[in-house]
Design a protein. Sequence first.
Length: 327
Amino acid sequence: MATLVTGGAGYIGSHMVLDLLAAGEKVVVYDNLTTGFRDAVAPGATFIKGDVGDEAALDKLFTSHDIDAVIHFAGSIVVPESVVDPLKYYRNNTANSRTLIEACVRHGVARFIFSSTAAVYGDPAVMPIAETEPCAPVSPYGTSKWMTELMLADVAAAHELNYIALRYFNVAGADPEGRVGQSTANATHLIKVACQAALGLRPALSVFGTDYDTPDGTGLRDYIHVADLAKAHRLALAWLRDGGASGIMNCGYGDGFSVMQVIDAVKRVSGVDFTVKIEGRRAGDSPKVVADAGKIRETLGWVPDYADLDTIVWHAFAWEKNLSQKH
Ligand SMILES: NC(=O)c1ccc[n+]([C@@H]2O[C@H](COP(=O)([O-])OP(=O)(O)OC[C@H]3O[C@@H](n4cnc5c(N)ncnc54)[C@H](O)[C@@H]3O)[C@@H](O)[C@H]2O)c1
């Protein structure tokens, strides 16, 4: 039996494929390459180019491959774009997920792992955020993901399908062996952008807001290494294969690092004192977003291997350097 990884040519999906192959799994990657890269897919996986919204192509895929589980990364991920073009997000993240889930039900694929996001919480009053906090997304991106979570819960209650929705906090870093990393053009993730500034690919790095109620006044986020995130999915897969119940779990370390701490780490690791521009607060930014990460540790026995800011930055920087030399 093989595991189907949608979006396996993307940033997180390509790390998942490496993790599964290392664990001896058979992997089929399905990706339309809108933001992913064919060469990010490890050679040991079968690659099929196609769209998650294409019902006929999914039928063909499920008929010609023995798939027992789906890990669904494919989606659109840019929060500000979702505000300007909400229908794109309701199509690609909600409607296309519906098409995929329906294909799973039709073909008897009973295990489903879904890439959700901390954005489903919106602007929570309680920190750290537990899964029991109410969802109140403040962007079409967050809503489009939450709608898919709701759909999965209803489908799991009605059909032979169990699911785990993993709500990622700030994903960062790259493969410790340097095989894959984040290649997305115009990415806005802080650690990636700071590494680009250290490499001279950007003239400066902007910090938005230094007067938040945090120890140094800059925003605090829960950064999780992408390899630890892939490991969490592999454990969720094992959980479902062992007959574990459906559920929703946060993916973060439960620790926050401020924008300034991240910048200091990038300067320390790269040895470059790049220019930092202090700007005003940006609309929609929360002062602090940190996961209560107890549930995933207790349920899946997840123990991260790279929960250290300098390690995350080191891997991200090595990847960025590699990428800049390719172009
Ligand atoms: N990166 C983060 O910090 C973060 C945080 C929370 C949640 N997520 C979620 O994780 C998932 C993966 O994110 P990523 O950072 O790897 O993004 P990415 O853009 O690098 O990867 C997405 C992949 O999906 C593919 N894809 C998109 N739409 C498709 C479709 N309709 N059919 C087939 N393939 C399609 C793209 O080509 C790409 O390879 C997304 O669902 C995202 O919402 C990411």
